[in-house]
Design a protein around this ligand. Structure first.
Ligand code: GAF
Length: 377
């Protein structure tokens, strides 16, 4: 990272940082409803070497880009002004300044092994890598949660994607060997041990290679449906509807909003159950909770697709304890909790099912719960 920085920018960087992608174990489409989520950080991360500049220029180079340096004037950053991948790092610098932090330009060299468009939060990893580097370069007294809020602000207001706060919180605040039990209403959190290997299990990620883009309007549409339902029920957010009152609430909602509400209410309960089970180390009982979460996203929330449904069904049939799509949906990745001795068999079964259906082969890899955003050197 140092050598490449020097090759591109002609001087040594001030440091090297990293911020990971994530998979969410359970708690999908609950974050913008003020609910609960339970993500882990991935070993896959955006790495960044950086040095501050005094001339107000923000120069960006991505190892995955087109070989050119993007050169921006920090003072001219404004929502909509940058349209490429550079809008994510530029948005973080804009959000820091909007929040009153006296930050200027920098040279940033970026290299990522987080698959893009796979529902694994490559965007949040990029934002959080820039945020944590800027925090250190400028000695800003910002907590992980504050960095995550700034990164979310960048994505919402600068890039224009109406995401919740889960992905940025996962990237900024996760710890190795733990899932992040997060209350997205007040950002209170607890690290819940997540080491399936200790019980002979693995977490298999199945990237369906159906490109997922939460900026394409479908995500905004379901989010708007949830917010409309909360408004009709006179609640601050759907998190405030207890499961016991779900049936009584239904006649007050248009028919098309009922399943959305049912998903959010039951999903929040699934997160709480999953946390109880992980606290007891009961992975066997966690599996069916994951699969039930997928059924709810498929049948009620309707954000799965044929490929994710097939990956879940074929993984469970081949011996996974449970499986579900992870992230925003409309493609992307599935996670499966698998006995170690069955991982290969499950992978082969999913690939065979994809070939039979005429889909491209999925990309398979196992993951462990990794560390959140941090300085590397
Ligand atoms: C995407 C969003 F960015 C998150 O905020 C969250 O809503 C997720 O979809 C669904 O749980 O990753």
């Amino acid at each position: 990272m140092r050598d490449e920085f020097e090759r591109i920018f002609g001087a040594a960087p001030a440091g090297v940082w990293a911020a990971p992608g994530r998979v969410n174990l359970i708690g999908e489409h609950t974050d913008y409803n003020d609910g609960f989520v339970l993500p882990i950080a991935l070993p896959h991360a955006v790495r960044l070497s950086a040095a501050p500049r005094t001339d107000g220029r923000l120069r960006l180079y991505s190892a995955q880009g087109d070989g050119r340096v993007t050169d921006l004037a920090v003072a001219e950053l404004a929502p909509g002004a940058v349209t490429s991948w550079a809008s994510y790092p530029a948005g973080v610098v804009w959000a820091l300044r909007e929040a009153g932090h006296q930050v200027g330009g920098a040279d940033l060299y970026l290299d990522s092994d987080v698959p893009t468009g796979a529902g694994l939060s490559s965007s949040a990893a990029l934002e959080c890598a820039v945020a944590v580097a800027y925090r250190d370069l400028h000695d800003l007294p910002l907590t992980g949660a504050e960095l995550a809020r700034l990164a979310q602000r960048a994505e919402n207001a600068f890039v224009g994607v109406p995401c919740g706060v889960m992905d940025q919180m996962a990237s900024a605040c996760c710890t190795e060997g733990a899932a992040l039990f997060l209350d997205t209403r007040d950002l209170s959190l607890r690290q819940v041990p997540f080491r399936p290997a200790e019980q002979g299990l693995e977490l298999l990620v199945i990237d369906t290679r159906v490109k997922h883009d939460i900026g394409d309007g479908s995500y905004a549409a379901v989010r708007a449906g949830c917010e409309r339902a909360a408004e009709l029920l006179g609640l601050p957010a759907l998190r405030d509807l207890p499961a016991a009152e779900l049936a009584a609430a239904q006649p007050r909602l248009p028919a098309e909003l009922v399943p959305l509400v049912r998903h959010v209410v039951t999903e929040n309960d699934r997160v709480l159950t999953a946390v109880e089970l992980l606290d007891k180390g009961d992975f066997a009982a966690l599996g069916p909770i994951l699969t039930a979460g997928h059924a709810s996203l498929r049948d009620d929330f309707r954000v799965s697709c044929a490929e994710t449904d097939l990956a879940v069904a074929s993984a469970v049939e081949a011996g996974a304890l449970g499986a579900r799509m992870t992230g925003g949906g409309f493609g992307g990745s599935v996670i499966a909790l698998v006995p170690r001795e069955s991982t290969e068999q499950v992978g082969k079964a999913v690939t065979a099912a994809f070939r039979t259906a005429g889909y491209a082969d999925p990309v398979l890899f196992t993951v462990t719960a990794a560390e959140g955003a941090r300085r590397l050197a």
